[in-house]
Design a binder for this molecule. Structure first.
Ligand SMILES: Cc1cc2nc3c(=O)[nH]c(=O)nc-3n(C[C@H](O)[C@H](O)[C@H](O)COP(=O)(O)O)c2cc1C
Length: 228
């Protein structure tokens, strides 16, 4: 295995004041992101999604095995199939067909302030559905066997970078996790060593899109950080 190392890429020589201003600006921009559950069908160029996935693919990850795959769904037929399968799972999850809900009362209680239910029309209206897969094995060569490391952590970071890039491009997103999600592997034609982690829905917000009050309340710095 090659041990070649490259010089660390040059970073901009900002003053402290510039660094503070840039970090603040990044925060101000990121805090305008909110999950969207009502999308318009306005088209968004594929190139935006391509760049966002390239950005996700630069994420730090266990041993640089890059244990992710992004299956991008755009065709109306595939979107309909995904919506139908997701809503079937969601109806069982919420107990929408009259059976006992699969979700615990505690889980349903936690979701109540967000106001979600089994109906997911945005899975057909939004232009892009990015199904994010975690590769349990495969290594860089994707041989299906080599052990991967810190898979969920790595793919979680990549998905965060994907969402941040889409937001920066002026798109709305939703992290959607129908429960369970196993059906996504067949629907996307992915191998058994891959586990679907989430769907990132991307597009422009619909006219009636709202943000639940619950989602606006973010913990303050004093609560989420300690300084030792
Ligand atoms: C791993 C994960 C799974 C999520 N699953 C769903 C989902 O299935 N449906 C949904 O409407 N929102 C889902 N969300 C979105 C959260 O409800 C949302 O991020 C949270 O309420 C905070 O709101 P905000 O994104 O507007 O800041 C999910 C978020 C994450 C990170």
């Amino acid at each position: 295995m090659s041990q070649t190392h490259h010089p660390f890429p040059p970073l901009p020589d900002y003053s402290d004041a510039e660094r503070i201003a840039r970090a603040k600006a990044a925060y101000e921009q990121l805090k305008t992101r909110h999950s969207c559950r009502d999308f318009s069908d306005a088209p968004v160029p594929r190139e935006v999604i391509e760049h966002a996935i390239r950005a996700a693919g630069t994420a730090p990850n266990g041993a640089n095995h890059q244990p992710w795959h992004f299956a991008v769904i755009h065709s109306p037929e595939k979107k309909r199939a995904l919506r139908e399968a997701a809503e079937a799972e969601e109806r069982r999850f919420y107990g929408a067909d009259g059976d006992a809900p699969k979700a615990s009362a505690e889980w349903l209680g936690a979701l109540a302030p967000i106001g979600t239910d089994a109906s997911k029309p945005f899975l057909e209206t939004a232009p892009w559905l990015i199904v994010c897969f975690a590769q349990r094995t495969g290594g860089i060569a994707e041989d299906g066997e080599t052990q991967n490391y810190y898979v969920n952590e790595s793919v979680g970071i990549a998905c965060g970078m994907l969402i941040a890039t889409l937001h920066d491009a002026g798109l709305a997103t939703l992290t959607h996790t129908p429960s369970p999600m196993g059906f996504l592997r067949d629907l996307c034609g992915r191998p058994k060593n891959e586990k679907p982690l989430m769907i990132i829905v991307a597009g422009l917000p619909g006219e009636n899109a709202t943000v639940p009050e619950h989602a606006v309340k973010k913990k303050p710095l004093e609560q989420i950080a300690s300084w030792l």
